[in-house]
Design a protein around this ligand. Structure first.
Ligand SMILES: Cc1cc2nc3c(=O)[nH]c(=O)nc-3n(C[C@H](O)[C@H](O)[C@H](O)COP(=O)(O)OP(=O)(O)OC[C@H]3O[C@@H](n4cnc5c(N)ncnc54)[C@H](O)[C@@H]3O)c2cc1C
Length: 482
């Protein structure tokens, strides 16, 4: 029996959990996958948007601008990488220059600081690889880039250290209000009971909402395909380059990532399939064609992988963060499409404030607001490396050659709160497997470590939980000694 159950361990659910962990309240997060950050939060553009896109007065605009402003302190507290690289909306048709003015004015009304409309010359000086056709650009200095995995994982870890329980591989299948006035949640892993439920189930938030309400919700999955390019070309642009937005969203961007890659995408294709994250050749061709309109000679030979994410789109294109009218004590956090990542710190605060008022919550005296990330060897001097290896020799063994990730970092990822249990769990925490060879070399080594540290057999080790096993059976018997 819990005071609050949060459904979904994406960036929204983890932000809510972390904010609730400030209070004296008994919270559990139920997640159908084997780790945090397995839904939309793992596959997006990773931009902390400035906040000029969303309509003036909308909840999206308010929480975007607020979340953006909260990000510096949060990144510092949680020891995660975040960079305000600034964003540019590029205009390549003279007749569309008015569009930049509209965005500028909306941004000012939304409270976005420092916006400036750049001339063609100013834009090209800041970004020499912009298209020769550039006519002008809107510059937003508060736009930033972040690691979505590290943000989500760090908030979850911090919530966990402050007492929030996480139940993975636990899918909510039905919800009923009992005669005891409590919510009863049937899962594939037994029944859970709570006074309050927060529905942060991403593209499944409509299914969860519809279990308790007669006022039905419908989420449209809007797929976005991406190409990720090697670090060799990570500096091809230094700002995040957007086209002018359309009714389908912010368009295909070109951006450096916070870890030094170049990211191009996404498309916006409505698919009505909650698991439809396969990329298509058509989608990836569209990414390249559209990105090339704004940035010239894109180094597409350097693509190292492609992926797709699903936006949880509601017809009214607005965040729905409210108590469900015909289901008291049940709070939706639904329709959290872009800029949900940017807004997540503010979403967490808003939901925690709602529950604080409703439940009369009191702040804990012993809340731990900071979290120490994994000790990174990247960027250390030889002397610092030697010092680290002296303390722990595991930092002297490189496991992932592309990203230079050591065994020490992988051990840290496995043994910290809510530690990694799969190859993807290790990858998202350490970047082992994120590089040019996309885990071709380091997978067997990482599997050896998971086998040794967690006592999992090779057949039990998965890429990302469920049935994503890597090996199925031995093809050759043991060689007996002679
Ligand atoms: C293509 C694309 C680009 C984007 N780019 C940006 C960007 O640059 N900046 C930005 O701010 N935002 C961006 N976004 C939006 C951002 O990624 C989302 O707003 C955010 O990740 C949503 O997080 P969430 O926690 O609400 O959902 P999710 O991350 O999907 O989490 C929901 C969780 O609920 C779990 N779940 C579902 N059903 C159940 C159940 N029955 N029982 C238990 N668990 C369940 C899922 O497994 C999942 O882990 C983008 C989105 C997309 C798709």
């Amino acid at each position: 029996m819990y005071d609050v159950i949060v459904i979904g361990a994406g960036v929204s659910g983890c932000a809510v959990a972390r904010q609730l962990s400030r209070y004296d309240v008994n919270v559990c997060v139920l997640e159908k996958c084997e780790d945090v950050c397995e839904g939309t939060s793992k596959a997006n553009s990773a931009i902390v948007h400035a906040g000029f896109d969303a309509d003036e007065g909308s909840l999206m605009a308010k929480l975007n601008v607020k979340g953006n402003a909260m990000m510096d302190d949060l990144a510092k507290d949680l020891d995660i990488p975040f960079k305000r690289n600034g964003s540019m909306v590029v205009c390549i048709h003279k007749e569309e220059l008015d569009g930049l003015k509209t965005l500028y004015e909306r941004g000012v009304k939304n409270g976005v600081p420092g916006l400036k409309i750049l001339t063609r010359e100013e834009a090209l000086e800041m970004e020499p690889n912009l298209s020769d056709n550039v006519e002008g650009a809107l510059f937003a200095p508060t736009g930033g880039i972040i690691c979505p995995f590290e943000l989500t994982i760090a908030m979850a870890e911090n919530a966990n250290v402050n007492g929030v329980e996480f139940r993975f591989n636990t899918r909510v299948e039905d919800i009923k209000k009992g005669e005891d006035g409590l919510w009863h949640l049937r899962t594939n892993n037994g029944e859970y009971t709570a006074k309050y439920v927060v529905n942060a189930a991403g593209v499944y938030a409509d299914k969860i909402h519809n279990m308790v309400s007669e006022d039905k919700m419908h989420i449209i999955e809007r797929r976005g395909d991406y190409c990720l390019l090697d670090k060799e070309v990570g500096g091809y642009v230094s700002h995040t380059i957007f086209p002018q937005p359309t009714k389908y969203g912010k368009g295909v961007l070109v951006t450096p990532t916070v870890h030094g890659n170049l990211l191009i995408g996404p498309t916006a294709i409505d698919i009505e399939n909650k698991e439809g994250t396969a990329t298509t050749a058509q989608g990836l061709n569209e990414v390249q064609a559209k990105a090339s309109e704004n940035v010239k000679n894109l180094p597409m030979r350097n693509v190292i992988t492609s992926f797709a994410g699903l936006r949880a789109h509601l017809e009214r294109h607005e965040f729905v963060i409210e108590e469900v009218k015909d289901a008291p004590c049940f709070i939706d956090v639904a329709g959290i499409e872009s800029p949900g990542l940017s807004a997540s710190p503010a979403i967490g605060e808003m939901v925690a404030d709602m529950l604080k008022d409703k439940m009369g919550l009191k702040e804990k005296e012993n809340f731990i607001s900071t979290r120490k990330g994994i000790t990174r060897t990247e960027g250390l001097s030889i002397e610092e490396m030697n010092e680290l290896i002296k303390k722990n020799p595991a930092y002297g063994t490189i496991v992932c050659r592309c990203e230079s990730i050591t065994e020490g970092e992988i051990l840290d990822a496995i043994h910290r709160p809510l530690g990694a249990r799969s190859l993807d769990g290790v990858k998202r925490r350490t970047r082992a497997g994120m590089g040019r060879c996309q885990a071709g070399f380091c997978s067997p080594r990482t599997m050896e470590i998971l086998n040794r540290e967690l006592g999992l057999t090779y057949e039990e080790i998965t890429k990302s939980g469920g049935k994503s096993n890597i090996v199925i059976e031995r093809t050759k018997g043991e060689v007996s000694g002679s």
